[in-house]
Design a binder for this molecule. Structure first.
Ligand code: PAN
Ligand code: ZN
Length: 188
């Protein structure tokens, strides 16, 4: 082996808040980071949208990275708040999402526009195979908290989603969340 093995470690995860101990790397996303992602303009650019709390592990293909995401509840127009969403830069890298609290939908899409939407609820683990872009949508009234585990060299391609959008959007309908075609989706 070229490199010394990492030391085994443990982390404490608070299932209701998603907070980790010891201290993770934290990435904060505010509403202005999501400008242009919704059908309507955002109204409060400085409001917290979500944060990603990642365990400190080298981002290499022999490691597993993992993080909690704390996604606020709320809407922009009639669309529920969501994460930016991405393909993995290394397209074939897979991922698992385990929901810890709150409720939502995991929207996944292939580059050809095919979509699959799965429920996110505490105790449900969602498997995201390689090649599927993924976005979490908080359809509840409390933060949506989930733990994600991904191959260390998965990386992020945000540009494709930022330019084309997802093929579907999730809006509040008369009887709760509805998944509808995205009128602004730019198919390839
Ligand atoms: C997750 C996401 C996290 C935030 O850890 O990165 O939920 O979503 P965006 O990265 O789309 O802003 C993951 O899928 N990692 O690969
Ligand atoms: Zn991912």
């Amino acid at each position: 082996m070229d490199l010394a093995p990492l030391e085994p470690f443990s982390v404490q995860i608070d299932f209701s808040t998603g907070l980790l101990a010891p201290d993770p790397d934290i990435l904060d996303r505010r509403m202005f980071d999501l400008a242009g992602y919704f059908q309507t303009d955002i109204t409060d650019p400085s409001a917290e949208a979500y944060s990603v709390h990642e365990l400190r592990v080298p981002a290499t293909g022999n490691n597993l990275l993992s993080s909690t995401t704390l996604l606020s509840a709320g809407k922009v127009g009639d669309e529920y708040l969501f994460t930016k969403g991405h393909f993995h830069a290394n397209r074939d890298r897979a991922e698992i999402y385990l929901t810890l609290s709150g409720e939502g939908l995991l929207v996944m899409a292939l580059e050809d526009g095919r979509t699959v939407t799965k429920e996110m609820r505490p105790g449900i683990a969602n498997y995201v195979p390689g090649y599927w872009a993924h976005r979490s949508v908080n359809t509840g009234t409390t933060p949506l908290v989930f733990y994600a585990v991904y191959i260390g060299d998965a990386g992020y391609d945000y540009a494709t989603i930022s330019e084309r959008g997802f093929p579907v959007i999730v809006v509040e309908g008369d009887d709760g969340p509805e998944v509808r075609p995205n009128p602004r989706y730019a198919s390839s």
